[in-house]
Design a protein around this ligand. Structure first.
Ligand code: 6PG
Length: 250
């Protein structure tokens, strides 16, 4: 079983400060060891706070941007300039504000394409940069929805069974925005050296307790399927999201 670490912060601001500092530290460790840092970003409101911190001093000046390659763990099938796009959110909150080379940022191109082909294309892009028989990201950032979804792996989605693929297209999402998605599979996520969940808000508390402390229900709670093969998973929570956990993680 993968090493799992759970940390509870007072509020989303403290969670985001610590997550951003952790990313900078992991980036330096990866660059020192291998010369590059490969990260997959998540959409969602909690990661946005983290991106804003990485884009501001002092962390923006400490991050090894020129050795960093940014991918996306999932994307909505919308134009990249849509307000619904995870790429656009990451650009506006971080990427366009920092000195990362343009060609180190790899958006998922979903809109206007056959989505299955777009997913296969993105898998090839990942393979061409990220080393490993199953490409091994240095860090995959994930959020979790109130239904237990992560990336765009929704409860009972056929994408959960696509373990021979790295990236797949999904049916229209059961939550807002109701659009099709493209997502990393659990195979690609679980190959990462480190996976960091960012979970904030009381609306996630019940589900989070089920995911972390309840019996396995992998298809109903996709976040339970996240378990790195040779890596670590960290859950960074705010007090509200952790409100229904029974065990003591102090
Ligand atoms: C997306 C995300 C999704 C998100 C969770 C949590 O495209 O919507 O990648 O998996 O991370 O829904 O989002 P919040 O942090 O906004 O709750």
């Amino acid at each position: 079983m993968a090493a799992r670490q759970i940390t509870i912060y007072e509020d989303v601001a403290a969670l985001a400060d610590n997550a951003a500092s952790h990313i900078v530290a992991q980036a330096h460790a990866a660059v020192a060891a291998r010369g590059h840092f490969f990260i997959a970003l998540s959409g969602g409101s909690t990661p946005k706070h983290v991106y804003q911190r990485l884009a501001a001093a002092p962390l923006s000046e400490q991050m090894p941007w020129r050795q960093t390659y940014v991918f996306f763990g999932d994307e909505r099938a919308v134009p990249l300039d849509s307000s619904l796009s995870n790429y656009r959110m990451a650009c506006n909150s971080m990427l366009k504000l920092v000195p990362i080379p343009d060609d180190h940022v790899k958006p998922i191109l979903g809109q206007g394409h056959d989505l299955d082909s777009a997913a296969q294309h993105y898998a090839r892009v990942v393979r061409s940069f990220v080393p490993g028989a199953t490409p091994r990201f240095d860090l995959v950032l994930l959020g979790m929805g109130p239904d237990g979804h992560t990336a765009s792996l929704f409860p009972n989605s056929p994408a959960l069974a696509a373990t021979n693929e790295l990236v797949v297209a999904t049916p229209v999402a059961p939550l807002e925005p109701h659009v099709q998605r493209i997502t990393f599979t659990t195979t690609l996520i679980n190959a990462a050296a480190e996976i960091v969940f960012l979970v904030a808000g009381a609306d996630k508390a019940r589900t989070l307790a089920n995911v972390l402390e309840g019996p396995p229900k992998h298809n109903v709670l996709p976040s339970q399927q996240v378990s790195p093969v040779h890596g670590e998973v960290r859950w960074l929570l705010d007090r509200a999201a952790a409100g229904e956990l029974q065990q003591n993680y102090g």
